[in-house]
Design a protein around this ligand. Structure first.
Ligand code: M5T
Ligand code: MG
Length: 599
C-alpha cells in the first residue's frame, strides 16, 4: 500500500500528461470501432446495389478521415504517456541516487553493489513499463472491450455476440493462472540478473587479484554458470509466453468457427445482413487483443509492483547517522582539542566484540597524535568514529573543542576533518579534479601547491598530460605510492583543522616520507591537529603523542623517547624495524623500496 502511495506521488505530478494521453487513447478506440461498421455498409450497399458512386466516395472519405484521426491520436497517446513514464523513471532514479548517498556505512556493508545497480536498471525499467505501456494497455483493453461488445450487440446481434465470446472467456480465466506463473518466473529472472550484474562488477573491480592468482579460467567457468542460470530463467519466461500464443490461436480459432457457423446460419436466414456478418468477424478480431492484453497487464503489473517494492525498500531505509535534536547549529567550524574519553566501541552486528576498549587521550591544537599497532588492532576505527561513519555508544566519548561529535553539525564535522583513508580511492577523472575533489578552490595553482606538499608534483609533471591525466577506474594507471600521495594532496587541499593520515605513507619510500612529514609540520602550524596512523616507526617517531594499540587496548602511550625507555611493545617493534633497516643497508639490492616489516 505504501509502495503504491509512493508511486502515486510521482504519477500525480504528471497527471495532465496521463489525462491527455488517455483522452487521445479513448478517441482512437472510439474511431477504430466505427471502421468495420463503415466497411460493412459498403459491402451491404454493393450487394443490395443501392450504393451510388457518390455515396461510396463519401464513405471512403470518412474512412480516410478516421485513419487520420487514429494516426494523430496514436502519436499523442504515445507522446504523453510514454513521456510521463520516462520522466517519472528519471525522477525516481534521481531521488534514489540522492537518497542512497545519504545512507550510512552500515547499509553499504550489507548490500551488494551489483544488487544496487540492478535497482537502477532492471527494476526501474519494470516500473517504467508499468507506468507507461501497462497503463495504456489496461485502459485500452477495457475501453476496446466495452466498445466492441456494445457495437456487436447493438449493430449486429446479441445472441451471436453471446455465442462467439464463450471461448474468449476461457482466455480471461486462463490469464489469472498465467499471471501467477509469470510473476514467479519473473522474480527469479530478476534475481538472476542481480547476481549477474554483481559478478561482472566484482570481476572487474578484482581483475588484478584474479590475474595475479591466475584465476581467469575459474572465474570464466563461474561466470558461465551464472549466465547459464540467467539464460534458464529467461527461457522459463519465454517458454511460458511461447506456450500462451498457440493456445490463444486455438481459442480464437474456436471463436471464429462459432461465429462462422452461427453467424452464417443467421445470415442465411436473413436475420443479419452479409455486411453485418463481415463486420462481426472484424469485431471478433478486435476482441482478441484486449483478451490477450489482460494477461500482459497481469504480468507487467506483478513485475512492476515487485520492482517498485524493491525500489521503495531503498527509500524506506533511513540514514543512521544524521543531525539530531542535540545538534547545535550555531557551530560553524571545528576548533579546540580532540578528546577521546574512555572510548569503547564495537561494530554494529558484533556488539560483544569491542574493537576499542577504554581509550582516553587528548590532542591539543598544534599537536600530532600517532597511532601504531598490529593489523586489526582498531586503528582505522578511530577516524571512522571521529568522522561519524559510525557513532560511539555513548555521548562524550569523543569531543572536539569540548563538544560531543553528535552536537556538531555533520557537515561541519566532515568539512573540518581531512582524511586520507587507508583504501584510498581515485575517481575516473583528471588528476586535477581528483585532487581538488571536495575543495571549493579548484584552481591549478592550488592543486599544484598541494601536490608539491604531498611530493607528487614531480611525478605528475612528468606525465604527458600532467594534471589533465585521466586516471583509470580506481586509478589503475598510477603506482600505489603515486595513488597514496595524490590522496594526500587531496586531503591537504582541504586545509582542514584536523588532518588524518590512515596508513597513507605505507607505499612511499622513507626519503619521500620524510619530505612529506617535514612539509606537514610546516603547514599544520600550531593551531591544527594531525593524526597519523602507521605501521612504520619512522613515520611517527616525531609525533607529540604516540598511542600503541593492541587488540583494542591502548597498551602504551607517550613520546618516542618515553616509549623506548618503557621497553614494551613499541620498543620491540623499534628494534625489529631497526634490524631490518640494517639488513637492507647491508644488502641494498634485495629490497630497494623501503617497506619495513608490518607490525
Ligand atoms: C579493527 C573489525 C576488524 C578488526 C577490528 C572496518 C571494520 C572492522 N571490524 C569490523 O568488525 N567491522 C568493520 O566494519 O574491527 O579494525 P580496524 O580498526 O580496521 O583495524 P586496523 O586499522 O588497526 O588494522 P590495519 O590492518 O589497517 O592495520 O578486528 O575485523
Ligand atoms: Mg586500518
Amino acid at each position: 500500500m505504501k509502495t503504491l502511495k509512493f508511486a502515486g506521488r510521482y504519477v500525480l505530478r504528471h497527471w495532465w500528461q496521463y489525462l491527455l494521453g488517455i483522452l487521445a487513447l479513448y478517441l482512437v478506440d472510439q474511431v477504430n470501432v466505427y471502421v468495420p461498421e463503415y466497411t460493412g455498409n459498403i459491402i451491404d450497399g454493393l450487394t443490395e446495389q443501392t450504393l451510388t458512386l457518390e455515396g461510396a466516395l463519401n464513405i471512403v472519405w470518412m474512412i480516410l478521415g478516421m485513419g487520420a484521426i487514429i494516426a494523430v491520436g496514436r502519436f499523442c497517446w504515445r507522446f504523453f504517456i510514454f513521456g510521463a513514464a520516462r520522466s517519472i523513471e528519471k525522477e525516481i532514479r534521481q531521488d534514489m541516487y540522492g537518497h542512497l548517498s545519504t545512507l550510512s556505512m552500515r547499509y553499504f556493508n550489507q548490500h551488494k553493489t551489483g544488487d544496487l545497480m540492478a535497482h537502477f536498471t532492471n527494476d526501474l525499467m519494470a516500473v517504467r513499463q508499468l507506468l507507461g505501456m501497462t497503463v495504456i494497455t489496461a485502459f485500452d483493453a477495457t475501453v476496446m472491450m466495452i466498445l466492441v461488445l456494445t457495437q456487436m450487440i447493438t449493430t449486429v446481434d446479441p445472441r451471436l455476440t453471446g455465442v462467439s465470446i464463450i471461448p474468449l472467456l476461457v482466455i480471461a480465466v486462463g490469464d489469472v493462472f498465467y499471471g501467477r506463473m509469470m510473476h514467479k518466473r519473473f522474480r527469479e529472472k530478476q534475481a538472476a540478473f542481480s547476481t549477474l550484474t554483481d559478478q561482472v562488477q566484482e570481476t572487474i573491480s578484482g581483475i588484478r587479484v584474479i590475474k595475479a592468482f591466475v584465476q581467469e579460467r575459474k572465474e570464466l567457468y563461474a561466470f558461465a554458470k551464472t549466465t547459464e542460470a540467467t539464460k534458464e530463467k529467461n527461457l522459463n519466461v519465454v517458454r511460458l509466453q511461447a506456450l500462451m500464443m498457440p493456445l490463444m490461436d486455438i481459442i480464437i480459432g474456436c471463436s471464429s468457427l462459432l461465429t462462422l457457423l452461427y453467424g452464417g446460419y443467421l445470415a442465411i436466414h436473413g436475420e443479419i445482413t452479409v455486411g453485418q456478418f463481415v463486420a462481426f468477424n472484424s469485431y471478433i478480431g478486435m476482441l482478441v487483443w484486449p483478451m490477450m492484453a489482460v494477461g500482459e497487464c497481469i504480468t507487467s503489473i506483478s513485475q512492476g509492483t515487485a520492482s517498485l517494492g524493491r525500489i521503495f525498500g531503498i527509500f524506506k531505509e533511513q540514514p543512521d547517522i544524521v543531525d539530531s535534536a542535540v545538534t547545535d547549529h550555531s557551530i560553524t567550524a571545528l576548533s579546540g582539542e580532540v578528546r577521546m574519553n574512555r572510548l569503547t566501541f564495537a561494530y554494529p552486528g558484533q556488539p560483544d566484540v569491542p574493537v576499542l576498549r577504554d581509550i582516553s587521550v587528548t590532542i591539543r591544537p598544534g599537536e600530532t597524535l600517532a597511532v601504531i599497532g598490529r593489523t586489526g588492532a582498531g586503528k582505522t576505527t578511530i577516524p571512522s568514529l571521529l568522522t561519524r561513519l559510525y557513532d560511539t555508544p555513548e555521548p562524550g566519548m569523543i569531543t572536539i573543542g569540548g563538544r560531543d561529535v553528535r552536537e556538531i553539525p555533520l557537515s561541519v564535522l566532515r568539512e573540518g576533518i581531512a582524511c586520507v583513508p587507508q583504501d584510498n580511492f581515485l575517481f575516473s577523472d583528471t588528476l586535477q579534479n581528483n585532487i581538488a575533489f571536495g575543495s571549493a578552490d579548484k584552481s591549478l595553482e592550488s592543486v599544484i601547491h598541494a601536490a608539491e606538499l604531498a611530493c607528487i608534483h614531480d611525478n605528475i609533471a612528468a606525465f604527458p598530460e600532467q594534471y589533465q591525466t585521466v586516471v583509470g577506474e580506481r586509478g589503475v594507471t598510477l603506482s600505489g605510492g603515486q595513488k597514496q600521495r595524490s590522496s594526500i594532496a587531496r586531503a591537504l587541499m582541504k586545509d582542514a583543522p584536523i588532518l588524518i593520515l590512515d596508513d597513507a605513507l605505507s607505499a612511499v619510500d622513507t626519503d619521500t616520507e620524510r619530505n612529506i612529514l617535514d612539509n606537514l609540520r610546516t603547514i599544520r602550524g600550531n593551531d591544527r591537529i594531525t593524526i597519523i596512523i602507521a605501521h612504520r616507526i619512522s613515520t611517527i617517531q616525531d609525533a607529540d603523542h604516540i598511542m600503541v594499540l593492541d587488540d583494542g587496548d591502548m597498551v602504551e602511550y607517550g613520546t618516542h623517547d618515553e616509549l623506548i625507555a618503557n621497553a614494551g611493545l613499541y620498543k620491540s617493534l623499534f628494534d625489529k624495524q631497526q634490524l631490518e633497516k640494517q639488513l637492507r643497508e647491508e644488502h641494498p639490492d634485495q629490497d630497494a623500496e623501503g617497506g619495513a616489516a608490518h607490525v
